[in-house]
Structure formats: structure tokens, C-alpha cells
Design a protein around this ligand. Sequence first.
Ligand code: ADP
Length: 452
Amino acid sequence: MFNKILIANRGEIALRVVRAAREMGIATVAVHSTVDADAMHVRMADESVCIGPPPSAGSYLSAAAIMSACEISGSEAIHPGYGFLSENPLFAEVAADHDITFIGPSAEHIKIMGDKITAKRSMKELGVPCVPGSDGSIDTIDDAYEFCDEIGFPVIIKATAGGGGRGMKVVKHQSELTNAFNTARGECRAAFGNDQVYIEKYLENPRHIEIQIFGDGQGNAVHIGERDCSLQRRHQKVFEEAPSAAISSEARDTIGRLCAEAVAAIKYAGAGTIEFLYDQGEFYFIEMNTRLQVEHPVTEAIFGIDLVREQIRVAAGLPLSFTQENLEINGHAIEVRINAEKFPEFSPCPGRITQYHAPGGLGVRMDSALYDGYSVPGHYDSLIAKLIVHGRDRKEALARLDRALSELIIDGIDTTIPLFHALLKEPDIHSGNYTINWLEHWLQTNRADSAA
Ligand code: ADP
């Protein structure tokens, strides 16, 4: 096992990794930009190294700065968290070249899954059902017309290098295609430095259901249930739960087994998430994330496992500490993402926290790096806290969420907490009757109501 690991991230996820490492008796090294010198992840780690200025390009995204921090601190492994360099195959390669263990899958697997076209192609070959779409990139407007004629509208134009819900354009009618195609390519170039796009059939009202998998790199893999992440704003997840209210245990087992077999076949190592759209009883693969997900705690809650601990174990060459047969769902868990954003505009709201009180009690977990007097910087993602609740069933989890939200205090800045208070008043949230479009519709209707 490692003696010391470096965490190439910040905020709640860096803290999450510190916690797992400490329980395993592993020393941790935090890295931070100058604006994060007083951040909680820096305070909680055993050591810290300043790696650059506030803009992430010169700090959290700088492989050179992070590798130097590894050398200086004598770290043996790097946990990348999510975002930043976590899905950068070059970074995984550089680490390996320096004999530092990257806590994650091989650079090759990150690369295959990082390009959405090769990811879909590989999954198809492994027997996983995919959303109908172009086999490769669509590079000209003529090809776009020809392909859309074939599959019919509506379609969705997506970036091959996409992520974070960006660079996607839904096209409902042929007359919108030229404009959408050109705009999508421009946006993809700006966001990802790569304007390659592909086209998929647009599924009109599916759920987003993702399967957590774990491979040991030796050809064994398990599936660890699903998460339902259908409540989204601008294709970004807001509220996640496990298990999904929409699928049966048979459907869960069938898709789970298929996913585990697919990743076992490629000798995948570590945690991964295979994302699907689920429509009228059918699963359609959209992408695979080769890292820990933001919403991993709901899986941990219902299975009683520590996914970060397992990531570290597998990276160190140890077997998983459970087998498929040991994995049993216990109750229901929900996570809400609390952002430093003003509701209902969702405009960024960094600033100083004047008062912070985290909820507690049975079945409540708060993953956050906030503290009284902390200043949320404006340079990074606006996620400041994840509130996770666990109950014996969905009803209890929702009641617990309501109770925990009523205890939570984050003063000094605006946050998205009022969104969740409002959602908990909605019958559809209580019945579990929602798809990926529900939240956008609800936000539009509510805005129209409050404007009236
Ligand atoms: P990203 O990597 O940017 O998160 P994804 O491919 O994972 O992009 O898709 C994010 C979300 O966009 C999905 O959860 C879903 O809401 C929507 N989406 C993506 N592809 C389709 C599709 N073919 N039909 C309908 N919605 C889609």
C-alpha cells in the first residue's frame, strides 16, 4: 500500500480523498493555487504545496506543476478527483513515466472513452446498446443533411470531446440544421479546442440512468447499481438518487451485468460510470466516465462501501474488498448539489461565508469544504456542497432531505438551497415521476408564474 498520495484537486472532492486516505493510514499531500491557500482541503491534508496562480490553467490543470509537487513531497500516487486532469490521458501517461501511480484506469482506457465516438464504437462492439447516431464525426453540412435524412428529426449535435453538458444542440426541424451545426462547431472549438461533432437521434423524454462499475484491471469487474440523474439543468445534474424509481431489479441486473462484462473484457481498472438514456424500457449508452463521479456518495450510501478506498486499493494492486454477491442495496439515497449561484437566475455568486452550519443526524452526510469565514473564489466550479441523505426507502429519504435542508445554514452568499426547498413541494418529485426535461420545464413555468 502507498505511504503517501497527492490529491490533484480542490474543494469537497479533495477533502473526500483525504478522509478515505486517513482511514487507510495513508499520508496526504494537498495542492493549491494561491487563492486556495486557506482552503479546507489544504488544512485537512498532512502537507500542502502551492502549485500556481488562481486560474486553473496555471495550477490545477498544470501537469508540470503537479508532477513537481509529487517529486518535492515524495508522493507515490496521485488521486485526480473529478474534473481538472482526471480524464486527461496525457497526464496519466506522464505520471506513469515518472513512476507515480495514477489512481484511475490506464491512459489507453481514458483515451478511448474520452472521445465519444470511439467510446460508442467500443461499447457497441462489447455488446452495449447505444443511442442511434453517426458512426464517426460529421464534418460537413452536406454530410449532416444526408445523415439527418436517414435517421429523421429531432437530432442532437454533440462534441466528440464534450463534457459538462456543453456544446450540445438539439435540432427539432431540418430548417434549423445549418445554423445549429455551425454554432455547435464554433462552441465546441471554443470550449474544447476541437470542433469535431457527431449526431445522435434526440430521445425526447428519457431518464438519465448510469451504472457504477468497478474493475480490478485483471479482467474482473462488478456492477454497483444505478444512479438516476434525470433532474438536470442545461444537461447538468442537480439532484441524483439511487436506486432509480423507474427500473425493476431485473432490468438493473441485466444492464449491470452487461456493463460489468464489457469493462471486464477490456481489463478496466478502477471506478467508472457507464451513462445511459432510458426510454420505454430500453437503455441507450451515451458515454463512459473513467473516474469518480460527483454523485458517487448515493451509491456508497445504499451499498455501504467506500468507493475512494476501493480506488486506492485497486491502484495499489489489491483486489476489491467485496464481490458481486456481497453487494446488496439497502434503502434509498438522494444527493443535492448546492452551488454558489443565485436562484432562480443561477448567476455565479462567489464571496465570503459569514455563517455555516452543516446538518447532521441519522442518515445525513454533508460533503463540503466550507467553513465560517471562508471566501468562495470565483475562479472555479460553483459546486460548494453536496448534501446526501439515506433512508430506509424513498419516502424516508425525501423526508430526511427536507429535515436536513431546514437545518442547513450557508450565509453571506446566495446558493441554490431555495431550489431544493421548492422542489420538495412538487408532487412529481415525491412520486419520482420525472425525466431529463422535467426540471427545465418546471423552471420555465415557475419563472413565468413569478413574472405574472
Ligand atoms: P456530457 O459529457 O457533456 O455530460 P452526455 O453525453 O453525458 O454529455 O449528455 C448529458 C445530458 O445531455 C444527458 O444526461 C441528457 O440529458 C442529454 N442528452 C445527451 N444525449 C442525448 C440524446 N441523444 N437525446 C436526448 N438527450 C440527450
